[in-house]
Each structure stands twice: as structure tokens, then as C-alpha cells.
Design a protein around this ligand. Sequence first.
Ligand code: GAP
Length: 440
Amino acid sequence: MAKQAENKRMEEIISLSKRRGFIYQGSEIYGGLAGTWDYGPLGIALKNNIRNLWWKTFVTDREDMYGVDAAILMNQNVWKASGHVATFSDPLVECKKCKKRFRADQVENPKKCPECGGELGEARQFNMMFKTNVGPVESEESVSYLRPETAQGMFVNYKNVVDSFHPKLPFGLAQIGKAFRNEIAPRDFTFRSREFEQMEIEYFLKGDDWKKIFEYWRAEMWKWMTETLGLSKDHIHELEVPAEKLAHYSKRTIDFEYDFPFGKNELYGLAYRTDFDLKNHSKASGVTLEYLDEEAKTKFTPHCVEPTFGVDRSILAVICEAYQEDELGGEKRVFMKFKPALAPVKIAVFPLLKNKPELVKKAREVYAALKKEFGAVMFDDNGNIGKRYRRQDEIGTPYCVTVDFETIEKDNCVTVRDRDSGKQERVNIGELSNRFKKIF
Ligand code: GAP
């Protein structure tokens, strides 16, 4: 029963996401393309809010962080040195009868096809990188890959940043960008996609300091998830990845798992990548990627702790957490309890009636002033006020502002209505800006 309720909740979240312009299926009018999703006007607004907050928190507000934006296509030798050509694979099994393919570690019975009951063949390793050719000639030399992680764009720019900025250890490189994985079985809405986005940090340090710095980033990630994204700490669980399941580059990894309606699953990761990447790139490229400690007069290869955050999984967790159903004024409603900083629309402005030009004129003035200051402000004059409130609740707008006859005839005050409590208050138009500035 609990499972059924969670499935229903997920269906409702997916349906609302599409209906209200958060997330659409990729290439939908052609029947879609498995594992791809398009963000609509509200989805991209939410995504930008998350990306901007992440960049502010982990790059702009800090002294020890350097942002980069590396190319998605990289020299194939990057992926040979990083170990991805040899080991970035999942076990694949094929059904001998219906020919469907599955991830071997995700089928219940390794011998039996979950679709048709036919016999499954032996598992083989399937490399998940999307392979392509750069330039007009298809040859081994022109092979490249769509990057499966943004991390390598930072390792190959380590020396560039050190030469330009001479940072002192510990310091980090940060990047937000697309990553691509030819997942065998994309699933659970955007959770496992073939094209997605990551926000990653490669934090370089002296090898001896890794444990302390690992703990520091562990606490920072908790802060981001609970304070900035507003995820309940009861919905987040740490998984100490067992040695046999560690990625080829990691000596220790903690996965932060979130209670999605479809089950507990990885949201983010924190890995100690040792000096694996810099050492391998140094060896393969012939370029020294060391750090010169001027005080101690020593040279060494820094180690690295990597906090990694999926953008799409952040959005999915925020949407799942925000989705609420309750009763307000004797009516059932659905509302998105986004934190104000994340809400795609901050304020909606309404004239009480759309066929009263004096109300519309005043509401337009209030709208223009708030929009200039707060950007994500919406004007809505369609349908009765109750319906407009419901529509804004569904997209998580924290405040609605209504201009009525009293505004014009009496007190220059508007009604400000709070999304979560439904409470309404009269506020003078002249005070609106200060009031909202404290919130957004
Ligand atoms: N640089 C390390 C790295 O890429 P990962 O655990 O493979 O580590 C990092 O991926 C994060 O990227 C994950 O925690 C998740 O948030 C996101 N991610 C990974 N695969 C994904 C997929 N197929 N669809 C959506 N997000 C994905």
C-alpha cells in the first residue's frame, strides 16, 4: 500500500511537472528519446536558481575556489589516462528471446528476462561513454567522447589555473556543466538520464590532510542539502560505499542518498580521489602536474577530495520535497513548498477583476515595479482569485499580491497572501519592496 501511494505521488509529480512547464520528455512530439528531458520555463528558472546558489556558495563567496568551464569534447587521451576507456562500464545482459537489454546488477533473476521470461545471456561489460569522431574523417585518431563527468575538465586545467593564480593549497576548481552516459536502463523520471548536468569541485590538498578535509566537505554538503535546498535531514542518508564497489579512482566514497518516492537512491557523492588523476595525466601527457611548496621547498602531486552534485537530481529532490497536498478553506489543494530563494516565480500580482480598467492599470504598475526589482514576478488576471491562488500554489509562488477597489479608493494597500498558510494581510504599496527584500 505504501509503495502504491509512493508510485501515485511520483505520477502526480511527473504530471504536474509537465502540465505546469517544469520538465518535458525530450523530443516528445517524435515519441521521445529515452533518457533525455527538456526543462520548460519554470524548470529552467528552478535550475538557474539552484546553479546560481551553488556557484555563489562554493565559488564566489570563497577565497579558495576557482571556477572553470571546460569543453565537453576532450582529447581521447584524457579518457584513456583517467581510466574511463578501460573501466567506465556497467554489466549488460541480453535476453535470447526478445533481445531486450538490461543491467545485470538490476535484474531480479540473472537467468530470466524480466520482460518476457526468456533466458538471459552471459553478462558482458558495456562502456557507457558516448563515442564520436571529431572532424570529417572517421578513424581511430579522430575518436572522442562526450564527457561522462565534468571532473576531468578540471584535472586537465589544474596547471593552467596554478600558473595563472598561484593558489596556496588547499584550493579547489569548480565547474557546472553537462555530462553524458549511455545508461543501459534510464529510469525514474530524470533520476537516471543519458544527458544530465553536474556541479563538481576538485579540491586539491596535501595527501596527509585528506581525512580532515573530507570531513569538512561532508559537513558542507549537509549544509547545502538541508539549509540551501531545504531537504529534510530525515530524508537524507549517508552510504559508506564498500571497497569492492568504489569507482576505480576512489579510496573512499560517501554517497548521500535521498528518499525519492521511487526509493532511497544516490543524490550526491563525496570521494577521496587521492593523486590518481593528476598522476595519471602527468604520466600520459608528459606534463608535470606538481605543486611547488615555496616555504617547505618541496614539490609533490596534490591529492584531491571531490564533492559532486547532480543538477537534475537536485531539482528532482527539491520538487519531491516541495510537493505537498493539504486542505485550505475546506478545499483540497496541491502546492509546492519551495524555499523562496529557489521558487521559479517569486511574486504574482493580480487585479481583483480583469474587466475593471482602473484595477488592471494599478495592478500593472505594481507588477512593473516589483518585476524591475525582483525579476521573477508574474501578472495574472485570468479566472477568479481562488483559481489564481491555486495556480500559483501549484508552481510554488511564495506570495500573491492583489489590487482591489480599496487599493484605489481608500488606502493604497494591497492584499499579500502567503502560499503556505494561506494567510492574507493588507500592506501599503510603498512598503512592498522593503518587505520582499527581506525575503528574496
Ligand atoms: N566525478 C564523479 C562522478 O561523476 P558519479 O557518482 O558517477 O561521480 C556524480 O556522478 C553525480 O552525478 C551523482 O551523484 C548524480 O547526482 C549525478 N549523476 C550521475 N549519473 C547520472 C545520471 N545518469 N542521470 C542523472 N544524474 C546523474
